[in-house]
Design a protein around this ligand. Structure first.
Ligand code: IPM
Ligand code: MG
Length: 369
């Protein structure tokens, strides 16, 4: 029996294609590096709707709760776009986040030296960039009540969502950001709209108070979310850790992602509270979506999902050395000039999803041998 279990949820669109490559690399680690992980697989998203009648079944939820970690591909696609809101593929993902209480979403935006030219910003602005966005993931307007669309009569309707945060929701995610900062550049930028929203005022006050109580050694600044979006594309290297709410985090992390050249490169980790043994419930997923426009063509970039797997090794299994091995294999494959379609440039070689997988295995073999 393996000592750890990982539930794999490939999902929709390019999810299964990229996950197949990650599985090859995970199997290699099991065989060559004593990874000692047993993989189980289940359905989430549109495929689960089609085959099992719900975006995620109770049985799959239970497997996710029982696993040491979950690795997810992507969910959604045009086929399911017109379903009622509470039956959409995305509900599967949101249910996982909510019921596993994964309140802290870590989204690193790192620029690989080999991809400096792939960024839409000037090389000098992004070279060496290393930002960590900590996005609150189980609260705010994504889950706030009341919500819904009501008929007011006379052909008029009203859509309502509620932005809501409590003291403890703010403090626990801010604490994750401060702790991460201590291991990095020791800088936290907390982002909200305290100039127009009460929830933003509370956010700022609670972050400030926690800072004074427990983290006064960390350098803290506050920034309005719109300004933060502007600063991210103006002078991204001013940031170390950014902590923000669910919705602003969704938007700022997409913007930060693009600084690195491609959404296809960005991993993420979603963590719950630590239990008595210091273990956290965790799910790892690429920041990119299901990309239905390129699904099934074998051209998708598997690196974001692979780097998410590396984050799992680091944060859930304390196997930083194997995580680093994967990251070095990625760097070496890029240094060989191999690029999937999303990051291909003049002078580089375009490869398919599985050819990138071949190259990574090849590099791993060299690094380990
Ligand atoms: C993300 C995605 C999701 C979100 C969607 C697919 C529900 O955009 O993980 O950033 O909005 O959180
Ligand atoms: Mg998003």
């Amino acid at each position: 029996m393996a000592s750890k279990t990982v539930l794999i949820l490939p999902g929709d669109g390019i999810g299964p294609e990229v996950m197949a490559q990650v599985r090859r690399i995970a199997d290699w680690l099991n065989d060559n590096r004593k990874l000692d992980v047993a993989f189980d697989e289940a359905k989430v998203g549109g495929i689960a709707i089609d085959d099992e009648g719900a975006p995620i079944t109770d049985a799959t939820m239970q497997k996710a709760q029982d696993a040491d970690a979950v690795l997810l591909g992507a969910v959604g696609g045009p086929k399911w776009d017109n379903l009622p809101f509470d039956q959409k593929p995305e509900r599967g993902l949101l249910r996982l986040r909510k019921e596993m209480a994964l309140f802290a979403n870590l989204r690193p935006a790192m620029v690989f030296e080999q991809l400096v030219e792939a960024s839409s910003l000037k090389p000098e602005l992004v070279r060496g960039l290393d930002i960590m966005i900590v996005r609150e993931l189980t609260g705010g307007v994504y889950f706030g009540e009341p919500r819904g669309i009501e008929d007011l009569g006379n052909g008029e309707r009203r859509g309502v969502n509620t932005q809501v945060y409590t003291t403890s929701e703010i403090r626990r995610v801010a604490a994750v950001a401060f702790e991460l900062a201590r291991k990095r550049q020791n800088k936290v930028t907390s982002t909200e709209k305290a100039n127009v929203m009460e929830s933003g005022v509370l956010w700022r006050e609670e972050v400030e108070r926690l800072h004074q109580e427990q983290f006064s050694d960390v350098h803290l600044t506050h920034m309005y979310a719109d300004n933060c979006a502007m600063q991210l594309v103006r002078q991204p290297k001013q940031f170390d850790v950014i902590v923000t709410d669910n919705l602003f985090g969704d938007m700022l992390s997409d913007a930060a992602a693009m600084l690195t050249g491609s959404l296809g490169m960005l991993p993420s980790a979603s963590l719950g509270a630590a239990d008595a043994n210091g273990r956290r419930k965790a799910m790892y997923e690429p920041v990119h979506g299901s990309a239905p426009d390129i699904a099934g063509q074998g051209v998708a970039n598997p690196l974001a999902t692979l780097l998410s797997f590396a984050m799992m090794l680091r944060y859930s299994f304390d196997q930083g050395e194997d995580a680093r091995l994967i990251e070095r294999a990625v760097e070496n494959a890029l240094a060989r000039g191999l690029r999937t379609a999303d990051i291909v440039q003049e002078g580089t070689t375009r490869v398919s999803t599985s050819e990138m997988g071949d190259a990574l295995l090849d590099e791993l073999g060299k690094l380990a041998g």
